[in-house]
Design a protein around this ligand. Sequence first.
Ligand SMILES: *Cc1c(COP(=O)(O)O)cnc(C)c1O
Length: 481
Amino acid sequence: MIYHSTRDESLKADSAQAVLEGLAPDGGLYVPQSLPAFDWQACLKGSAMDMSTAILSALLPEIPDMPELVRKAYTGKFATGELTPTVPVGDMHVLELFHGPTSAFKDVALCMLPQLLTAARTAKGVKEDILILTATSGDTGKAALEGFRDVDGIKICVFYPDGGVSQVQRAQMVTQEGKNVTVSAVVGNFDDAQTGVKMIFSACRDKEMKHRLSSANSINIGRLAPQIMYYFKAYRDLLDAGKIRLGDLVDFSVPTGNFGDILAGYLAKELGLPVGMLICASNANNVLTDFIRTGTYDRMRPLYKTDSPSMDILVSSNLERLLYLLSGDAALVAGLMKDLNEKGSYTVPAELLEKIQAQFMADYCGDAEAQEVMGRVFRDHGYVCDPHTASGWLAAERYVNSTGSKRPMVVLSTASPYKFPQAVLTALGQTPAGDGFDQMEQLNAVSGVPVPKNLAGLRTKEERHTGVIEKEAMLDFVLAI
Ligand SMILES: *Cc1c(COP(=O)(O)O)cnc(C)c1O
């Protein structure tokens, strides 16, 4: 199956090549030339792992042995064989994506990506080792470290913004075990770390390197494609619960940062799943809300640190894929990305904005509103959600209230509340006491929800990666690996 760059249709790769490269040579993102025929109704019949196998075989046909890869990726890794259960909470359906090894939704993709990458490397006869370079706003880093640890032929290096992640998220990364892992904090924010990583990619492009560089961020199609599964799974759960009949439309509200998760929902829809509105939920960093409402994307604004750090992003990379998929115009996308780079903003043509608004709604939620939502959802329904999920909940509520929609609404829950115990406890009317680990216990006492095993075990783990570097030092740091 042919993929090509969002910025130039002549830059082509098959699916295995696209997974290996991560980013197209011109800095564009790989998109399918056309989507394969897909039997979405048959896909709904299997288990979560069967769904994953069907979707990934269709989208990544040059990667062989998909059933075996999926089995290896997920067996025994999640707290439930369902992988991603859907839980009714009031009038909403919460799709819990956080039952994987690091308690964030990114586990769904990052358990799979190492399998895809290893198989693609073999399929293409690549001899060099692969070095995965990743900038993280908190969750990707740990999920990638856990996914890639001790995988033969692959090394991984993760950079996170110093002081820009929660205490629990930091503890998850600095205690990481594995013979092929490196972690460092970078002075600056997430965008500084991500810009540093992009710079290393271009600096190394023409160098003789011992390793081949690749990425675990959702710019890689091998990271994006595994996320399509849980939209099917949620739909199937609603069918099983008698909430819908086959063919009924379902709306999804998605806490959004890099636009990867919500784009997976769009791809599910393109594969035939009856998806209604996709609601793009942001925090105070509401660059996507402004874009979807006005057609102007403007990153020239301050980046706020919020209680939902995984959404503290001003440049949402995957939006570029949507712009291409809806316009089919690589020259247009190349021009917009040039504007973003040079002027810090771009405006899409009116017809393209209309297409976006027909399928996407956007809203945002400040920290105070997220607090209100977490407190209210707990009081009314006894359900504890994390600050990211709260933004999705509020955006969903506002959508339903303003449109009077009667369609079932699925809110994607992207992290365990135990990753952000301080913010959650405060929202529940408690006074957080002690460090992050004490707060986990406190939250457990208040809510009765069990602490995920991987998080409970962190307190006593040895800190192995405590370095902090300046962003100018990132290249040398990588060259030393
Ligand atoms: C990464 C992340 C998001 C945002 O997902 P994108 O694919 O970047 O849009 C939302 N919530 C949590 C908890 C995350 O870790």
